[in-house]
Write a protein that binds this ligand. Structure first.
Ligand SMILES: Cc1ncc(COP(=O)(O)O)c(C=O)c1O
Length: 381
């Protein structure tokens, strides 16, 4: 009776089971929900944005209301005709997979990266293949390996800029090579830029955005979820550009018109929500810097832990001794030390043992949690 798009019977993993068993509270170093991270939101400004009576009239528009699209276009310096509003960046992926791929076709995604791609693609009957990111004093894209993964069924390359959880940005020389590869093989680029405003360090070699990139059909994804720390508002967008963008938009219009998923209230409130992003981003940036400093200070005392420093984004990757598996590290930290981290295998790191922590975590929890993590590594010898 049911489809086989997903493995519906995967069950809960041992880490979720350990958390469910735990009766006493624990320190959550994985908090990536900004509305639960002690950020002070400009409440009055946000709420006042929802007072516009025009939202009571239903006037459907496939790509969203022109006024809302114009604001997003102004934010990114692009033509409003190139802006497509969606309910989230996850929905943007779903629409792009429908646009670019038939069932059984393939998209290339970075590894390690965000685990949701597997599900987003499977739900469209699309396969994901992976190209490697390697680390050598910094992360880089293995462009030769990426090109070697391309088959006649490959339709698009996903870039996550900066990537989750490595925090690495695409560099100019990498983009030049990727553009040439995509041109050679007729592939589109999907550039996920949801963390683009959260640089932790500066580097001239980075590509801050692919908006305006002309070498391949390109879709830049972003949304209020990370950009304004407002995931509950459910507003994302994509910017279409490069060769064939007009044809892509023409076809996307049919997809968007089939769903009409973006609500009117959030579109009328957009100016207030974009205004709110200024103080919200300032607090998040300060938090990222603060927790990075605490992390560096904490692991200075812990020779067993090394930091693979993020260039941007909300996460930090720690390498810990391979005296036990990532799963065992994570279970021990929950059960014996009352600390929750993410094991590297959630993101498909090339090898063990890595742990990922969220830099968005409230400082008191972060400091205490890091202290316990350092003590756990020390005790493991
Ligand atoms: C790289 C990346 N893209 C997209 C998303 C999801 O964003 P949205 O809430 O707009 O679907 C996330 C969420 O963590 C993410 O890490």
């Amino acid at each position: 009776m049911f489809s086989s798009r997903l493995n519906w019977h995967a069950g809960t993993n041992p880490i979720a089971q350990a958390l469910a068993r735990r009766v006493s509270p624990y320190l959550d170093l994985t908090q990536s929900n900004p509305t639960r991270a002690g950020i002070d939101y400009p409440v009055a400004g946000i709420v006042s944005g929802f007072g516009d009576a025009r939202m009571l009239h239903y006037a459907p528009q496939a790509f969203g209301l022109p006024a809302a699209r114009e604001q997003i276009a102004a934010l990114h310096g692009v033509d409003p005709q190139r802006v497509v509003l969606t309910a989230s960046s996850s929905e943007a992926y779903a629409w792009l997979f429908k646009l670019l791929a038939d069932a059984g076709d393939c998209v290339l995604a970075p590894r390690p990266s965000y685990p949701l791609f597997e599900y987003l693609a499977a739900l469209e009957s699309v396969r994901v293949d992976y190209y490697p990111l390697h680390y050598d004093h910094g992360w880089f894209i293995d462009c030769a390996a990426l090109e070697a993964r391309i088959t006649p069924r490959t339709r698009a390359v996903i870039l996550v800029n900066p990537n989750n959880p490595t925090g690495s940005y695409v560099k100019r020389d990498e983009l030049e090579r990727l553009g040439a590869i995509c041109r050679r093989h007729g592939l589109a680029i999907i550039s996920d830029e949801v963390f683009a405003d959260y640089a932790i360090t500066e580097d001239e070699r980075r590509v801050p955005t692919l908006a305006g990139f002309g070498d391949a059909l390109t879709f830049c994804l972003n949304g209020l979820s990370k950009l304004a720390g407002l995931p509950q508002m459910k507003l994302g967008w994509m910017l279409a550009g490069g060769p064939d963008a007009s044809e892509a938009l023409h076809k996307l219009e049919l997809i968007a018109d089939t769903y009409l998923s973006v609500g009117a209230p959030v579109q009328f409130a957009l100016a207030a929500l974009l205004a709110a992003r200024v103080p919200v981003q300032a607090q998040i940036r300060e938090r990222l810097q603060r927790n990075m400093a605490a992390l560096r200070a904490g692991i200075e005392r812990a020779p067993g832990i090394s930091l693979w420093p993020p260039e941007g984004g909300w996460y930090a990757t720690l390498q810990v001794p391979r005296v036990r598996s990532e799963e065992q590290w994570t279970l021990d930290l929950i059960e014996k030390h009352g600390v929750l981290v993410q094991p590297g295998f959630y993101y498909d790191f090339e090898r063990e043992a890595f742990l990922v922590v969220s830099l968005l975590t409230s400082p008191d929890i972060f400091d205490e949690g890091m202290e316990r993590l350092v003590a756990a590594v020390h005790a493991a010898g």
